[in-house]
Unconditional design. Structure first.
Length: 241
C-alpha cells in the first residue's frame, strides 16, 4: 500500500478510503502519490481523488487510474497549479495537528458499537453537518459512517439523550478526529472543547498526535486548544462533475 510519509495526511487519506469502501461497489486505487475512489452511485463521498504528488500533471495522472472517469471532487495537498486553479472552483481546508504533553482528567465518551447505535449516531452527525445536502448524498454519508467499522463513533449523553458526537480513526502515526458535533442548545458551554481535550489525552497516552481537518473560520478555535496547521487541503470541483 502506498501512503504519504506525513502521518497526518496518511490519517486523512485512510479515513476517506475507509468511508468510501464502506459502501457497496466502491473501488479504490492507490499509487505512490495519490488515491482514487469510484462508485456506481457517483457521489462526492465515493467518487474522489486525493493527491499529494509533486508534479504539474498530478490531476491527469490521478484521473487516468480509471477509464473514462471524472471524479466528483478532488482533494489536493500542495500547489494546485495555475491552469487547474483557473478552471475549477476551490475552497481550502486546514489540516491541523496537536500533541498534548499533560493528560487531563477523563471525560466520558460513550462508544457506539452495535449496528443500531452506529446508525443512530451517524444520522445524528449527518443531521448537523449535512442538513442542507441532497437526500441521496446525505443517506450515503450516513451509511458510510455507520458501516466503516475502522472509524470509531462516540457520543456524549445528557439525561439519556445524545447531545454531542465525534468520529475517531486511528492509523499507525496519528489519531484522527472527525465529525465533531454538538447540538445547538449545548454550544458555548465548553462541551466541544472537553471532547477535544479527551481525544488529545487519549492520543498522548498512545504517543501519537491528534489530526483533523476544518474550515478556515474554525482554525482559531482549534489553535486555542493547542493545534497547529501542518498542511492546506484544496477542495476542487471539476466543471464536468
Amino acid at each position: 500500500m502506498s501512503s504519504p510519509a506525513d502521518p497526518s495526511i496518511e490519517n486523512l487519506v485512510e479515513t476517506y478510503a475507509a468511508l468510501a469502501l464502506a459502501l457497496d461497489g466502491t473501488e479504490v486505487r492507490r499509487w505512490e502519490t495519490g488515491i482514487a475512489a469510484r462508485n456506481p452511485a457517483d457521489l462526492p463521498s465515493t467518487s474522489f481523488v486525493v493527491s499529494w504528488a509533486d508534479s504539474p500533471s498530478w490531476y491527469e495522472d490521478a484521473v487516468s487510474r480509471f477509464e473514462r472517469w471524472t471524479p466528483k471532487i478532488v482533494y489536493r495537498v500542495g500547489e494546485i497549479g495555475r491552469a487547474t486553479d483557473e478552471l475549477w472552483h476551490a475552497q481550502t481546508l486546514s489540516l491541523l495537528e496537536s500533541r498534548l504533553l499533560d493528560p487531563e482528567e477523563p471525560f466520558t465518551l460513550v462508544p457506539e458499537e452495535t449496528p443500531q447505535d452506529r446508525a443512530e449516531v451517524a444520522a445524528f452527525m449527518a443531521g448537523i453537518f449535512f442538513e442542507g445536502q441532497q437526500p441521496e448524498r446525505r443517506r450515503a454519508i450516513e451509511q458510510a459512517t455507520a458501516r466503516a467499522l475502522r472509524c470509531r463513533l462516540y457520543s456524549v449523553l445528557e439525561g439519556g439523550r445524545r447531545v454531542a458526537a465525534v468520529m475517531l480513526h486511528r492509523t499507525p502515526g496519528a489519531l484522527g478526529l472527525y465529525n465533531l458535533c454538538v447540538v445547538p442548545w449545548m454550544r458555548g458551554r465548553g462541551l466541544g472543547a472537553s471532547i477535544v481535550r479527551q481525544v488529545q489525552t487519549d492520543a498522548s497516552l498512545a504517543g501519537v498526535p491528534v489530526v483533523l481537518q476544518c474550515r478556515a473560520e474554525l482554525v482559531p478555535w482549534y489553535r486555542r486548544l493547542g493545534f497547529r496547521t501542518v498542511a492546506e487541503l484544496a477542495v476542487l470541483v471539476p466543471p464536468a462533475a
